[in-house]
Every structure is written in structure tokens, then in C-alpha cells.
Design a protein around this ligand. Structure first.
Ligand SMILES: [Zn+2]
Length: 111
């Protein structure tokens, strides 16, 4: 980009008149070389930005695929009427019974 002398607008290389104010742009060869080098640096940074964006998109695609596979492989939840689980001897065969205490009724005095 080449800045205009009167208004400062950035014009593309090769422009003879400013795109904003119409002033004729007069530059020497050194300014053209510097502008070309700046433009090439801008192109290089834009290229790196494109690579980063592509890598991000590909990463998001693989992450989405991994999540879909992970949740499609998980077995479904068992139905509600499944028989009770056998704990395989962890618990004693018969649990000691706890006798329920008889209810104590309050004595009612009769007159
Ligand atoms: Zn201008």
C-alpha cells in the first residue's frame, strides 16, 4: 500500500491517483520497493493466519468425531425391571435379623 501525500489514504501499488481524494500520487523507486516489501510481509502473515484457522477447523472436526464415537459406543442404560445384582459373596449369605421391638402402648387409666 502506498499512502497518499495529501489525505493519507492507503492506495494499492500501481495506483496513479488517490482513491479517496483523487490527488496524483508521486512516489520514487525506494518508496515502491518499501511498499512491495510491506505487502509481501502482510501476505506472509495472512498465510500464517489461514494455516492456523485451518488447523483449528480440522481440530474441531476431529474433536466432534471423537465425542460422537464416545457417546455412540456407551451401552444403553438397563431397564428398570432388571433383577437385583449378585454381589458375589461380598455380603454374608443371610444378614442377621433385627427383631423389632414391640410397641409400647401408653397405659390408659380408667376411673
Ligand atoms: Zn488522497
Amino acid at each position: 500500500m502506498i499512502p497518499c501525500q495529501s489525505c493519507g489514504n492507503d492506495n494499492p501499488i500501481g495506483t496513479r491517483y488517490c482513491r479517496r481524494c483523487g490527488t496524483k500520487i508521486e512516489i520514487n523507486q525506494e518508496q515502491v520497493v518499501a511498499a512491495v516489501q510491506r505487502d509481501q510481509a502482510d501476505v506472509a502473515s495472512a498465510r500464517w493466519f489461514e494455516r492456523g484457522r485451518s488447523a483449528l477447523i480440522i481440530g474441531m472436526f476431529f474433536l466432534t468425531c471423537a465425542l460422537v464415537l464416545r457417546y455412540s459406543i456407551v451401552p444403553p442404560l438397563p431397564a428398570a425391571d432388571v433383577p437385583p445384582v449378585d454381589f458375589g459373596g461380598i455380603l454374608p449369605a443371610e444378614l442377621p435379623r433385627v427383631e423389632a421391638k414391640p410397641e409400647v402402648k401408653p397405659a390408659v387409666k380408667k376411673p
